[in-house]
Design a protein around this ligand. Structure first.
Ligand code: XUL
Ligand code: CO
Length: 437
């Protein structure tokens, strides 16, 4: 089948010396690293929305499409099927093992939910066949609860319960489809779950409604026997001024309050972490520490712009600390690394999209290989073990077992404890990391 992506052959690994712009130089999918193939560590995915739905618009471009793609015109359902063909051609040419979608990416919205569901069914029936033929798997599905005007004041946190009900009905349908397509995860990103001004907002009620919504999703997951992981994707703001899913720690507190911390994990996006004022590795380490690290949306922002630019990762050095945290966590399990990334709007040709993914995947692979070598050397772990060694001694074990203030005070006096400052050796460790980059 010919699509706009048929201009290139399948993208293969050629090694770091290759100058072929349409080859992987670091992503050697089957290379065994730390006991399993690289592809199983990364589980990379391409997303539907940035690649096949976005037509190059920005807030300053009025009307019309900048990118020319045949599926941007014509009868909506036929166009959606043409888009599906192109999408699977794209995934296969990149040898991308996974894909991700929102319901409204793959199929048009009808005038009623029944009609929207029927459109979605028609396209996803074909997607199921495409997945079977190509071997491309679903990393996650999600419902778009933020584009339509009904969601302007939130979905689960909308002041109008009819909107809550509508969102619930939409999630039910997409969750069931995600199960049918054997999706490894189901994502909820609450772009409009938050507020613009407290003047018109009942914050406590909105949080409770959001908790109820999530609990209902968890209940439905168990009712239908969906085996994938439910994921919340934290983001501090944009489009809403203040979003309730601010970052990993906030989401954990929210899950804990509603008793869902054992049911839902997080899908962490690089640019969302930086918008929250954190490093990406901080978000990964926090989620890992709290036991809710689920999956990754790979991209990067722009320090000078400060909004969610969704650019392809292209700096492997910046990603090594996060990869190290993922390795220490034992990998992402059912999660993966989805390119929630798009080309810049002047990159109007289909080949630009392919090259964005090639560079992005090479960057992830290279960062992972560096982190794996560092981890394997054991040098960093040894230094950290040494720093905390006191905790495996008698006093450390005693404190962790629950020592009281009285008890500790008498030990300090009896033993004459007088702890002295010790170097944290940051520069030594930074130099050590640089030896593996
Ligand atoms: C928006 C964003 C979304 C989610 C899925 O910033 O990251 O695309 O990944 O809804
Ligand atoms: Co995302």
């Amino acid at each position: 089948m010919n699509t706009v992506y048929s201009i290139v052959d399948s993208i293969r690994y050629e090694g770091p010396q290759s100058s072929n712009r349409l080859a992987y130089r670091w992503y050697d999918a089957q290379r065994v690293v730390l006991g399993k193939p690289l592809v199983e560590w990364l589980r990379p995915a391409a997303c539907y929305w940035h690649n096949f739905c976005w037509a190059g618009q920005d807030p300053f471009a009025l009307g019309g499409n900048l990118f020319e793609r045949p599926w941007f015109s014509g009868e909506p359902l036929a166009a959606a099927q043409m888009k599906l063909d192109a999408a699977f051609d794209f995934f296969q040419r990149l040898n991308m093992p996974f894909w991700c979608f929102h319901d409204r990416d793959v199929a048009p919205e009808g005038t009623t939910l029944r009609e929207s569901n029927a459109y979605l069914d028609a396209v996803l029936e074909r997607a199921a066949l495409k997945m079977q033929d190509s071997g491309v798997q679903l990393l996650w599905g999600t419902a778009n609860l933020f584009s339509h005007g009904r969601y302007m004041g939130g979905a689960a946190t909308n002041p109008d319960p009819e909107v809550f009900a509508y969102a619930a009905a939409q999630v039910k349908h997409v969750l069931e489809w995600t199960q049918r397509l054997n999706g490894a995860n189901y994502v909820l990103w609450g772009g409009r779950e938050g507020y613009e001004t407290l003047l018109n907002t009942r914050l406590a009620a909105e949080l409770d409604h959001y908790g109820r919504f999530l609990a209902a999703v968890v209940e439905h997951k168990h009712k239908i026997g969906f085996k994938g992981t439910l994921l919340i994707e934290p983001k501090p703001q944009e489009p809403t001024k203040h979003q309730y899913d601010y970052d990993s720690a906030t989401v954990y507190g929210f899950l804990k309050r509603y008793g869902l911390e054992g049911e839902v994990k997080v899908n962490l996006e690089v640019n969302h972490a930086t918008l929250a004022g954190h490093s990406f590795e901080h978000e990964v380490a926090t989620a890992a520490a709290l036991g809710i690290l689920g999956s990754i949306d790979a991209n990067r922002g722009d320090e000078q712009l400060g909004w969610d630019t969704d650019q392809f990762p292209n700096n492997h050095v910046a990603l090594v600390p996060a990869m190290l945290e993922i390795i220490r966590y034992g990998g992402l399990g059912a999660g993966g690394m989805n390119f929630d990334a798009k080309v810049r709007r002047q990159s109007i040709e289909p080949t630009d999209q392919l090259e964005g993914h090639i560079g992005g995947l090479d960057t992830l692979a290279r960062a992972f290989l560096c982190a794996a070598a560092l981890h394997e050397s054991g040098e960093l772990d040894r230094a950290v073990d040494e720093r905390y060694s006191g905790w495996s001694g008698e006093l450390g074990r005693h404190i962790e077992a629950g020592a009281s203030l009285d008890d500790l005070a008498s030990r300090v006096h009896q033993l004459g404890l007088s702890p002295q400052p010790r170097s944290g050796r940051q520069e030594r460790l930074e130099n050590l990391v640089n030896r593996y980059i």
